[in-house]
Design a protein around this ligand. Structure first.
Ligand code: ATP
Ligand code: MG
Length: 266
């Protein structure tokens, strides 16, 4: 395995929004793929029991022997043991690795409830592998339960994908409150990296209006680069490949590549 000499901390970005269907997985998969295409050794962790990032990268869940569920369950009682997390890593391409998830993960929250240090299980597990990477991206589920708290506790930065729609701001207060509490009690280094508008339609008046409201709310945290509505982004997962690899010149993937180049790798 490639060992990377680091002077810097490995950036760990959690892709978080408890609202469903806002583009978390699409963002996680495509920024991870874009980083890997730029020779950044990247680990994508699928922390959503739906396992959309796993399927979207062409991994058949039935063939998965060890998943993030096993990492959580093992990590509860064996924080020093790296065997399970190392064994769960699947190589997708030269620079992209994945820790897959199966529906088993939906049972993990109940098991975590009685664990000592239940908010730190993922963070402790990642410690065993993080030095092999230049980037770690975690796709969170659409909830603010214990798995998402683990994602926030393991991350340095949160990337919040949002749809520019009427209800976009609903639920945002709850998300900001959760991030603030995690920062205060669990992970003082946590910060919001960017709020990223997805499925953006620049012809729609509503999109523009919501963007203005978000701009007032978030200021410079709102990414200038927006991800347009683009059917290629929604088609790619059914081929088990990122849109970045399948349609590198479509307008959706170009936007993700710009985001990676101008915001993540600047
Ligand atoms: P969940 O909360 O269920 O995990 P999510 O936040 O991860 O959802 P995605 O699965 O990434 O959201 O996206 C929801 C749907 O929208 C998917 O069908 C996806 O293919 C599609 N989609 C995402 N981004 C775009 C885009 N920019 N243009 C068109 N379709 C998109
Ligand atoms: Mg998802």
């Amino acid at each position: 395995m490639l060992i990377i000499a680091h002077n810097l901390v490995v950036p760990i970005w959690g892709i978080v929004n408890q609202k469903g269907g806002v583009g978390k997985t699409t963002t996680a998969v495509n920024i991870a793929a874009a980083l890997a295409n730029r020779n950044q050794k990247t680990l994508l962790i699928d922390a959503d029991p739906q396992g959309n990032a796993t399927t979207g990268l062409g991994v058949d869940k039935k063939s998965v022997r060890s998943s993030l569920y096993d990492v959580f369950v093992h990590g509860i009682n064996h924080p020093e043991d790296s065997k399970i997390i190392k064994g769960s890593i699947i190589q997708i391409n030269k620079c992209l690795d994945l820790i897959p998830t199966t529906i088993d993960l939906s049972g993990a929250e109940a098991q975590l409830l009685t664990a000592v240090g239940k908010e730190y299980i993922l963070k402790d597990a990642i410690k065993h592998v993080k030095d092999n990477y230049q980037w770690i991206i975690i796709d969170a589920p659409p909830s603010l339960g214990l798995i998402t708290i683990n994602v926030l506790s393991a991350s340095h930065s949160v990337l919040v994908p949002m749809q520019s729609e009427f209800y976009a701001l609903e639920g945002l207060t709850q998300l900001m409150k959760t991030i603030a509490i995690v920062k205060k009690r669990i992970n003082p280094n946590l910060s919001i990296a960017k709020v990223l508008l997805t499925m953006y339609d620049n012809r729609s008046r509503l999109s523009k209006q919501v963007t203005e409201e978000l701009d007032t709310f978030f200021g410079e945290k709102l990414s200038d680069i927006k991800i347009p509505k683009n059917v290629r982004l929604s088609e790619a997962p059914s081929f088990g490949k990122s849109a970045i690899d399948l349609y590198p010149t479509s307008k959706g993937t170009v936007a993700y590549q710009n985001f990676v180049d101008k915001i993540m790798l600047m």
